[in-house]
Design a protein around this ligand. Sequence first.
Ligand code: 5RP
Ligand code: CO
Length: 221
Amino acid sequence: MGHIQITPSILNSDFARLGEEVARIPGADWVHVDVMDNHFVPNLTFGPAMVEALARVSPVPLDAHLMIEDADRNALAYVEAGCGSVTFHVEAAKAPVRLAREIRSAGARASMALKPATPIEPYEDLLPELDMLLIMTVEPGFGGQKFLDLCLPKIRRARALMDKHGVETWLQVDGGVSLETVERCAEAGADVFVAGSAVYSAQDPDAMVAALRAKAEAARS
Ligand SMILES: O=C(CO)[C@H](O)[C@H](O)COP(=O)(O)O
Ligand SMILES: [Co+2]
C-alpha cells in the first residue's frame, strides 16, 4: 500500500476564483479536477483549456477525473494540458488497455475509475497497466453527496487483488469523503483520498487536508 495522499476536488470551490482556490491547499498532494461533459454524467464543468490554465498556477500537480464519453479520443488532451494523472472511466472507454498505455507513454500516470455498480473482478488483469484505480463512493456527477457504504467491500476486494498481483497501483476513493468516512476507506485499503465539499466548506481548507491525512494515517496503523 502506498503512503496516504489527500487530493482536494475543486468541484465545490469558487469557479470565479480558481487560481486563488488552489492556492489555499498547499499541503495537498494533488488537486482533483472533475471534468464532466453533460453526457456521461448530467453535469458540465471544464475542458482542456481551463485545465491547462489551472495547471500553470496550481502549487501541486493536477489529477484529472474524466467523466466524459469517448474517453479513448479525449483523454490525451488532459495529459497535454499538464495533468500529472489522468483517470478515465472504464464504462466510457472502448479500449482501456490501449488508453492506459497511451496515457503513460504521453507522460502522465494512468488511472481507471469504476462507478459504484461496476465490479472490479472483470478488470483484475488490467491492474499492472494502471498507476491508480479509482473506486467511486457516490454516483459520479455532483459534489456534496452522501458516501455509499456499499462500496467498502469493493475497496477491500480491490486491495486484495492488488496484493495478489504484487502491483504498486494506488487505490483512490472519491465521493462523500470527510472526517466521518475517511477512516472506513483507509481501513478498507484506500491510500488516495479525494475530498471536495469537506475541504472547501471548511474555514481553513489546508487544515482540513491535514486533519483528513491524520485520520487516514491513524486508521491504518
Ligand atoms: O467525482 C466527483 C463527483 O462525481 C467529485 O470528485 C466528488 O464528488 C468530490 O466531491 P465531494 O467530496 O463533495 O463528494
Ligand atoms: Co472526482
